[in-house]
Design a binder for this molecule. Structure first.
Ligand code: CP
Length: 310
């Protein structure tokens, strides 16, 4: 495996291998001295053309804990702001002999295009509305820790699904692991063509959150991405919170064992209430913690190869 561009490029065995290695990495994370020598001498560039807290910080921590040299770049502080093209910019970085670029970009498909141009490994850290594969892997890891084997488990993915790259990667990942997925959104925020997509890929679609919640093992609330909405089709914030938010009343519809996820950043009071975000069954901070371990595992699989873990 040279690049991580899409969950669609991974088979179930490869997904499971990344999750299993992350279990060992989580043990490293819990140690007092966290450094592994595995990636000593390797150089990783975090190149983020969009803002990030969790993904950028956890990839940087993951690289440092594996002894790689990690450097952070953003579009703003580089010659991109002087008009240099994306191709010239990444070829410039590649010519310095780096081993990996971790790319977040507002354009869907940018990391895959960059992978065609450069020699180093490319990790997609979120591209437009397309995919966010490392998020889906850490979500699967977190759900697997909470629920065990995900085969046959029922996960509802709820929210602004039209604009969500997390949805696309999670749907692929959860289906590959045998989970049953139901998408829930207002009609205006459901991806177009969802009915034929659902028929082809074997998931369910619902517009009624109250009907779905009592039947799920996990509910994944996704952020309302108002920054990606140019039309006037978004329900008002109050309408949205009442009809599709995980309110205190809706918490009572969940089965006792059911858990709550949100990839962050959260709009508290919109898609998720404070009661839900901070509930004992909320895995929001477990997801953040798993992000480091899973990203260590991704770096290991792409840069170290089998049998090199120490
Ligand atoms: N979940 C996620 O991608 O968060 P950041 O935008 O903070 O990286």
């Amino acid at each position: 495996m040279k690049h991580l561009l899409s969950i669609a490029d991974l088979d179930p065995q490869e997904i499971t291998s990344i999750l299993d290695t992350a279990v060992s990495m989580h043990e490293v994370q819990d140690r007092q001295v966290k450094k592994l020598p595995t990636l000593r001498g390797r150089t990783i560039i975090n190149f983020f053309f969009e803002d990030s807290t969790r993904t950028r910080a956890s990839f940087e921590i993951a690289g440092k804990w594996m002894s790689a040299d990690t450097i952070n770049l953003t579009g703003k502080g580089t010659s991109v702001s002087k008009g240099e093209s994306l191709r010239d910019t990444v070829l410039t970085i590649d010519a310095m002999g780096v081993d990996m670029m971790i790319i977040r970009h507002p354009a869907s498909g940018a990391p895959a295009q960059i992978a065609d141009w450069v020699d180093c490994s490319i990790v997609n850290a979120g591209d437009g509305t397309h995919e966010h594969p490392s998020q889906a892997l850490l979500d699967a890891y977190t759900l697997r820790r909470a629920l065990g084997d995900l085969a046959g488990r029922h996960v509802a993915i709820v929210g602004d699904l039209t604009h969500s790259r997390v949805l696309r990667s999670n749907l692929l990942c959860l289906r590959a692991l045998g989970a049953h997925v139901t998408l829930v959104a207002p009609p205006t925020l459901m991806p177009s063509g969802v009915t034929s997509w659902a028929a082809a890929d074997g998931f369910d679609v619902s517009y009624d959150l109250d009907d779905v919640l009592p039947r799920v093992d996990a509910v994944m609330m996704l952020r309302v991405q108002r920054e990606r909405m140019s039309g006037g089709y978004f329900p008002t914030a109050r309408e949205y919170a009442v009809t599709y938010g995980l309110t205190p009343r809706r918490l009572g519809l969940l089965q006792d064992h059911a858990v709550i996820c949100h990839p962050g950043p959260m709009n508290r009071g919109l898609e998720i209430s404070a009661d839900a975000a901070d509930a004992a069954r909320s895995l929001v901070l477990d997801q953040v913690s798993a992000g480091v371990a899973v990203r260590m595992s991704i770096l290991y699989h792409l840069l170290a190869g089998e049998g090199d873990a120490q």
